[in-house]
Design a protein around this ligand. Structure first.
Ligand code: NAD
Length: 316
């Protein structure tokens, strides 16, 4: 009987150690089939998930001995937190471990948008040498608008400052006089002002009821002409049909998307646009970040199963 169920692809030395101590059932494709998941989870004391397993109320109810849901990552939108609480199941996660990887991807997107590196690369690979076609712009002196100024937003600000960008930010909950605001010399504004002032807008909000489609027709219209939009947060915070319109009618110069409204997305019009850069939700996928994430979740699962206090409990 498995004590620890892992229904997604998760591996690393910390996982090997966990397997030495507990009976672990690792079935990387199990998340795709809710019925099989509900059967497999019945006796498990712990489940370790990434963002693909949907830990719905029904799945949590089917787990008769579950003590802990460990989320190998930061966002908790695939876990019914309320259902977990009702059933006395602890939720642990890794809120800090992959932030740097996401922040560095966002910086990569900014540079790629400024210099059109993806198209220059493809064109050069095709045997061309079109230097004049790829006249770019500089990040220096431009304004970066961060929507969501938490861990990742702050890391992006720190790095963008090294590129001499001016930083403005909107955060619904962070006090405008928080020490980090002064330390990073960031101007905290309302959402509309951030959109109106920025040459680049980067989203770093969690997916919540009030952030779903936070970026829709009105918000894209409020952005400066020729602005670029970057999303490494969650796909559902963007109304993709509104983004498509803003890009095809020439209002926005470009966009870079690590996350999509539906994942994996159908091949559609966004993917055909040359001014859109896309990656398959790889923000957290650096070797270093994954090692940190797996170490944290394995250590917390071990703690719960030993009756000790885990480190990263979601307090919500
Ligand atoms: P965080 O909780 O530290 O920061 C989020 C910030 O958003 C907080 O300061 C919060 O006050 C603010 N916020 C909440 N609701 C808001 C609203 N309606 N309007 C404006 N601001 C609002 O989280 P983080 O670690 O910085 O991560 C941000 C998001 O990045 C995560 O929730 C996750 O969805 C996403 N993420 C993506 C990847 C990836 O692979 N691409 C990896 C990790 C995290």
């Amino acid at each position: 009987m498995a004590e620890v169920l892992i229904p997604e692809a998760i591996s690393g030395p910390a996982m090997d150690l966990l397997q030495e101590e507990f009976a672990v059932l690792h079935e990387p494709a199990l998340w795709q089939d809710e019925r099989s998941l509900m059967l497999a989870i019945k006796d498990a004391k712990a489940v370790i998930v990434r963002n693909q397993t949907q830990m719905t109320s029904a799945v949590i109810e089917a787990a008769l001995n579950l003590q802990v849901i460990a989320r190998a990552g930061a966002g908790l939108d695939n876990i019914d937190i309320e259902a977990a609480r009702r059933h006395g199941v602890i939720v642990t996660y890794a809120p800090r471990e992959n932030s740097l990887a996401v922040a560095e991807l966002a910086m990569g997107f900014l540079l790629n948008l400024a210099r059109d590196i993806p198209n220059a690369h493809t064109d050069t690979r095709n045997g061309n040498w079109n230097r004049r076609q790829f006249m770019g712009t500089e990040l220096s002196g431009k304004t970066l608008g961060l929507v969501g100024f938490g861990r990742i937003g702050q890391m992006v600000a720190r790095r963008a400052k090294a590129f001499d960008m001016t930083i403005v930010a909107y955060d619904k909950l962070l006090p405008v006089d928080a020490p980090v605001v002064r330390e990073l010399d960031v101007e905290m504004l309302g959402l509309t002002e951030v959109l109106q002032r920025s040459d680049y807008i980067s989203s770093h909000v969690p997916l919540l009821e009030d952030t779903r489609h936070l970026f829709s027709t009105e918000q894209f219209r409020q952005m400066k002409e020729n602005a670029c939009f970057v999303n490494t947060s969650r796909g559902e915070v963007v109304d993709e049909s509104a983004l498509l319109l803003a890009l095809t009618d020439g209002h926005l110069r470009g966009a870079a998307l690590d996350v999509r409204e539906v994942e994996p997305p159908e091949f559609g019009q966004l993917a055909e646009l040359e001014n859109v850069i896309m990656t398959p939700h790889i923000g957290a996928f650096s070797h270093e970040a994954q090692q940190r994430v797996v170490e944290t979740v394995c250590s917390d699962v071990r703690a719960v199963l030993r009756g000790e206090q885990p480190q990263s409990v979601f307090a919500g």
